[in-house]
Design a protein around this ligand. Structure first.
Ligand code: NI
Length: 254
């Protein structure tokens, strides 16, 4: 049994077969799926899905790409949405200096305001960090003893992974760990302690190697689990048990 801690089944690419994708995930041994918000509408749709399906949960947040839309009214809306019992975290929030779809200053402002909200609500947080490692860690450092942090689709260095683990953050692994040239990430997956890792697909993006080029979906999570178990030289069962336990504890999925 696995938990997909990061998917976006609310995305339009699932409009034609969303229910089937949820059933396929169940069949593949994915017990819970957390659909991650990226703007207000995406957060609302994640909640609607979670209300329809017992095994689905939601997060609410404004992605760094959408940070220019952020303002105090949006923050109030997030606070209001977070009252829904199926909302298990704030996210995904953070910094993206790779695409820079919102100006850096706007990204930092939205990130910080949402970190304060996370602390206020005593929820965990799902972090998006792309090519913004130093600033992301710097901003998180003010909150590290106060918030449960999950580094979504980790893409930093080994040194950064060590920093994260030392700060008690969890590291989430997605499809890229299965890519043949991902030596750096595979080395990190090998090294990270079982009690500090969780798994995700980031569907519909980043399909694992075996499905590369296809739309990703939560049913593909076992490919990621098998790869990491092989890297660590443990059974898939052992990996599943540990990562599922971590996800249940962080996000309170019971
Ligand atoms: Ni995502």
């Amino acid at each position: 049994m696995l938990v997909d801690t990061h998917a976006h089944l609310q995305w339009a690419t699932f409009d034609k077969d969303r229910e089937k994708a949820i059933r396929r995930a169940k069949k593949a041994g994915v017990k819970y799926i957390i659909n991650i918000g990226f703007d207000i509408d995406g957060s609302k749709r994640a909640i609607e899905l979670a209300e329809k399906h017992k095994e689905l949960y939601a997060t609410v947040g404004i992605h760094p790409h959408n940070a220019s839309q952020f303002n105090p009214k949006v923050l109030d809306k997030l606070r209001e949405l977070s009252e829904n019992p199926k909302v298990v975290a704030i996210g995904e929030i953070g910094l993206d200096y790779y695409r820079n779809l919102s100006p850096k200053q706007a990204q930092k402002k939205a990130f910080e305001a949402q970190l304060f909200l996370t602390k206020e609500l005593e929820l965990p947080v799902v972090i998006h960090d792309r090519e913004a490692h130093a600033d992301t860690l710097k901003m998180l450092s003010k909150f590290k003893e106060k918030i449960n942090v999950v580094m979504h689709c980790f893409s930093g260095s080994r040194e950064m992974a060590e920093d994260c683990v030392q700060s008690n953050f969890h590291i989430s692994f997605a499809g890229p760990v299965t890519f043949p040239n991902s030596y750096k990430l595979q080395d990190i997956a090998k090294w990270v302690d079982l009690n500090k890792m969780v798994l995700e697909t980031d569907s519909p993006w980043l399909a694992p190697q075996e499905m590369r080029g296809k739309r990703n979906e939560p049913a593909f999570l076992p490919f990621i689990a098998r790869k990491i178990a092989a890297l660590k030289g443990i059974s898939v069962d052992e990996l599943a048990k540990a990562t599922t336990g971590n996800a249940q504890e962080i996000f309170q999925l019971f």
